[in-house]
Design a protein around this ligand. Structure first.
Ligand code: SAH
Ligand code: SF4
Ligand code: F3S
Length: 472
């Protein structure tokens, strides 16, 4: 038996891919280890969304490169194979091979299914570099070894058909390709049999799910936002199918695009009890001129309309005393040409909408994206100053939203032991906020992992809540 250590960078798509890499490697007898010292194969599943993501990976790669040389020299510990996959590999294969000669395997986001074959070749002493520009015509069903027990990732659509002018994703992940609903359902049914309670339907542009499978879909129009008339497939329809799977108690989806948040989707989430009222729908900027230059295909007004619809349709439900569906976003500051006033429009919208959470980032010029070469790039110090300011506002806004949760009763899916206190358990609300609690509250049978419990929120911290069980 051999052992593989994988370091995963980036988004949930990469985390899901890592689980498939582990499944594929298991078939050639590589078992997963969390101890790099024991590994015969070290893989990096990389992200290149911003330059900082690349830097994290390069510095780790350097450390493992040294480790590999050390093992070659001492001749005692088994030799080490080193592989790089994921989005940075897809983007930089030649550069990687040239600059990191100790890397044995380079593979991309479109050919994960070939990993066993590539590892076998590398075992026989060959350097292998294989990047496919496109996904296979028929998406293969890949084996998987999950890293979780209660909540599972399920890829439903790969790639993105938009062309946001700052974004490298379409070039490293390709164009949209939805999995067939029957394949997704089979996977979810298997998950239910294995005891999973929650599924998160994943895609870089998950709200476009199914449109590319529909007969009257136009790929050309999709770049500017396109929903076919009466589509045969959609995310809302998929959520309905998944909702029928016995044993699955919660459904989430990630990441949405405001253009595709249809009434059908909002109504479906509002109607179906297993669908969590959690919308991660990145807005990116609170200024219409910037949104237009980003090619985001919606306006601030449209976004606000969407928020209003979601909140009107999803007030408190039964025991759930939480006033609104949770809405979270991503924002980029310092986009080329962004004026102080335009930046302040972003600050304003964060306060006005009152997001339940926001990821923020300073604009990072990505190779071969249109905005990377535009005039009026904002100096680093200015971008960082804007980021610091926006972060302070986000903390304030999210703090206020979290305070609203104090003394409410939240439905929590128990996921495991709390990271802070091993006697406590931890889970997430329907709105995706972490709650830590004592599982043995008097008067109730002890809460256990994989169950839904009602918890009264007793303390609000910056990124998590504390609570007490009031029902199971
Ligand atoms: N499909 C999602 C986002 C995918 S990328 C959407 O359309 O919103 C994840 C996040 O990374 C983005 O929401 C954006 O905020 C950030 N991001 C993408 N490219 C970036 C860049 N060049 N510089 C800084 N942040 C970037
Ligand atoms: Fe990137 Fe835009 Fe596609 Fe999101 S919608 S992945 S930001 S191109
Ligand atoms: Fe990064 Fe690739 Fe995800 S660039 S954000 S890992 S799709």
């Amino acid at each position: 038996m051999k052992q593989v250590y994988i370091e995963t960078f980036g988004c949930q798509m990469n985390k899901a891919d890592t689980e498939h890499m582990l499944g594929l490697l298991d078939e050639i007898d590589y078992k997963h280890t969390e101890n790099i010292e024991e590994a015969n194969l070290v893989l990096f599943n990389t992200c290149t969304i911003r330059e900082t993501a690349n830097h994290k990976f390069y510095s780790q790669l350097g450390i493992v490169g040294k480790m590999k040389k050390q093992r070659c020299r001492d001749g005692v510990t088994p030799s080490l194979l080193l592989g790089v996959g994921g989005c940075a590999a897809q983007d930089k294969k030649e550069w990687l091979i040239k600059n990191f000669p100790y890397v044995d395997i380079v593979f991309g986001t479109n050919n994960i299914q070939n990993l066993p074959e590539l590892v076998k070749k590398a075992e026989s002493g060959k350097k292998v570099c294989e990047i496919e520009e496109e996904l296979p015509y028929e998406l293969p069903e890949l084996p998987v070894i999950r890293q979780t027990k209660v909540s599972a990732w399920v890829n439903v659509i790969l790639g993105c058909n938009f062309n946001c002018t700052y974004c490298i994703v379409p070039s490293v992940r390709g164009r949209e390709k939805s999995r067939k609903p029957e394949d997704i359902l089979k996977e979810v049914e298997r998950l239910a049999e294995e005891g999973f309670k929650e599924v998160t339907l994943l895609g870089q542009n998950v709200t476009a799910y199914g449109y590319d499978l529909s007969s009257n879909y136009s790929k050309e129009k999709a770049t500017f936002g396109h929903i076919p008339d009466d589509p045969e497939y959609s995310l809302a329809k998929l959520i309905r199918y998944v909702h029928d799977v016995d044993g699955i108690e919660r459904i989430r989806f990630l990441t949405g695009h405001p253009f595709h948040v249809t009434d059908e989707l909002i109504d479906t989430v509002a109607e179906l009890p297993k669908a969590c009222e959690y919308f991660h729908i990145p807005m990116q900027s609170g200024d219409n001129t910037v949104l237009k230059r980003m090619a985001r295909v919606y306006t601030v007004e449209k976004y606000k309309e969407m928020v209003e619809k979601i909140r009107n349709k999803m007030p408190s439900r039964g025991v759930l005393q939480y006033a609104h569906a949770a809405i979270t976003s991503d924002f980029i500051v310092g986009f080329p040409g962004e004026t102080e006033e335009q930046f302040l429009n972003t600050v304003k919208i964060v306060k006005e909408i009152g997001f339940d959470g926001c990821n923020t980032a300073a604009y990072s010029p990505r190779p071969d994206t249109p905005s990377a070469t535009w005039d009026k790039q904002i100096p680093e110090e200015e971008k960082n100053a804007r980021l610091r300011y926006l972060n302070s506002v986000v903390n304030e806004v999210v703090g206020i939203k979290n305070k609203d949760l104090l003394d409410t009763i939240q439905e929590v899916l128990v996921e495991g032991t709390s990271k802070r206190n091993e006697n406590n358990l931890s889970g997430r609300t329907r709105g995706n906020t972490i709650v830590n609690f004592d599982p043995t509250m008097a008067g109730f049978k002890p809460a256990i992992v994989g169950t839904l419990v009602n918890i009264k929120i007793t303390k609000v911290k910056r990124w998590a809540l504390d609570g007490e069980v009031v029902g199971n």
